[in-house]
Design a protein around this ligand. Sequence first.
Ligand code: KIV
Ligand code: ZN
Length: 388
Amino acid sequence: MTTDKNRVLIFDTTLRDGEQSPGATMTHAEKLEIAGLLDDMGVDIIEAGFPIASEGDFQAVSEIARQSKNATICGLARAQLPDIDRCWEAVKHAKSPRIHTFIGTSPLHRAIPNLTQDEMAERIEQTVTHARNLCDNVQWSPMDATRTEWDYLKRVCEIAIKSGATTINIPDTVGYTAPRESAELIRRLIDEVEGGHDVIWATHCHNDLGMATANSLAAVEAGARQIECTINGLGERAGNTALEEVVMALKVRNDIMPFHTQIDTKKIMHISRRVSTVSGFPVQFNKAIVGKNAFAHESGIHQDGMLKNAETFEIMRPEDVGLAGTSLPLGKHSGRAALRAKLNDLGFEMGDNQLKDVFVRFKELADRKKEVFDDDLIALMRDAAASE
Ligand code: KIV
Ligand code: ZN
């Protein structure tokens, strides 16, 4: 796909793993809209759904495949031939289609279909070979890889590579790993698996312990070149790695993580809001990058610093993620400098004495209200003028 060794592919699974969050179901039209936005923002691979799961999923994946302009369109399939055929039927319309097939390889997951290690190995060989006969671009995932015995994980990755997989994805399905372990596992797989240097290694992390972003970045530092993620970190349980977090971390800390993506970061905020609206999942106020407060400063010291030099309290520019600018919400912690700046914006000019008086009134109001809005300030200025 790319020969640039520091280029990290972004694989977005908002429409598949993200939509698996209880209650996050999206309509057909909403899925097409989100896929279009992902394609426009430069996502490399869009996992558009699980075609065998329902007729609706099949239709959505087929139409997304037909409308895609640049992104590779991927569908998910269990390690079963009818799943893989159905997946291919849906993605084959894309300019660049991919089949993603998976099976749970840890002892707990092997027990569910009741397969021995050898039986599962045979199934992997048969299904990956079948997928590769249909499509040149095949991704294979050993689900629950981070809880799979090393020897068995190595063995099944080798089988998948020999059978034609072009990307091997290492899922931390239950968000169990930690950054050092995530890095060690990827490094060892690349070095010790036969054929490990001939495929792309992907990292797919869940956020059960709040470490999905750290684990994904550690995997990249160890050699993974595809990050699987979702907008706003939507996904099963505590969610998946958040696209906006890994992309901005690689951009802002490029000095210590010299990797890059092709995401147009200015499109992040718009897609975050659309995904929140269509999934019905609000974004927490203090969510990194896309939360309402991510670029807001209320305390007097911070607001004063921000008015003098934005770098005092911001490590990235709000414009870089598609916001109009920093916000300095006024509340009881705000100081005079921010109040004056806001009143000037609203068209009120005043001398120091008048500001002193208005500031006392403002603090009284702020003690009663969580946030003081423009209309509150206009009313406050009107009252101040009337009592002069
Ligand atoms: O978390 C997981 O293991 C998955 C696989 C289907 C890749 O989502
Ligand atoms: Zn997952």
